[in-house]
Design a protein around this ligand. Structure first.
Ligand SMILES: [Zn+2]
Length: 178
């Protein structure tokens, strides 16, 4: 596999810092040959849940990073209403995850790169286009988009080339001094 390009991975703000954490989760998925999507749920500037896509491992199409984060976050807060949280996802959420965000009352969503096939925030459909009657959500798109997209592109490129798929992402991909 050719080396991952030298991204500027020094976060410039809080959103980028948390998105880098979501990207670490995406990288874990990549290494397990799962579609590399990661998410973290933040409450009071603290990560209370982190997860990556586990669709293959669990043989479950609903085992998306965001859903796993919502479940873990609800347990952490002992409340299914995830008030005052921000969900960071490397990929535009699908319709299932977007629906779950509305149901769990997540007030803030930050996502990285569009999902042209399943994206439910404009790429395929937009579940957040109309204001919801009871729940308002603030959304930021395109945070560390290039980094989030790169992992996806590498994954699908390598999957196409199987069986030559090689596990592992070079360490230099995450060089922000953790
Ligand atoms: Zn999803």
């Amino acid at each position: 596999m050719k080396p991952f390009p030298p991204f500027s991975t020094i976060p410039q703000n809080e959103d980028e810092a948390f998105m880098l954490e979501a990207l670490k989760e995406a990288r874990k998925a990549y290494e397990k040959e799962e579609v590399p999507v990661g998410a973290v749920l933040v409450h009071n500037k603290r990560i209370i849940a982190r997860a990556h896509n586990q669709t293959e491992l669990l043989t479950d199409a609903t085992a998306h990073a965001e859903i796993l984060c919502i479940t873990m976050g609800s347990a952490a807060l002992e409340n299914w209403r995830l008030a005052e949280t921000t969900l960071y996802c490397t990929l535009e959420p699908c319709s299932m995850c977007a629906g779950a965000m509305l149901l769990s009352r997540i007030p803030n969503l930050v996502w990285g790169t569009p999902d042209i096939r399943h994206g439910a925030n404009g790429s395929w459909v937009d579940l957040f286009e109309k204001p919801h009657p009871t729940h308002a959500m603030s959304i930021k798109k395109g945070i560390l988009q290039d980094e989030c997209a790169f992992l996806m592109k590498e994954f699908f490129k390598n999957r196409r080339n199987r069986p030559s798929f090689k596990k592992g992402v070079p360490e230099e991909y995450f060089c922000h001094g953790e």
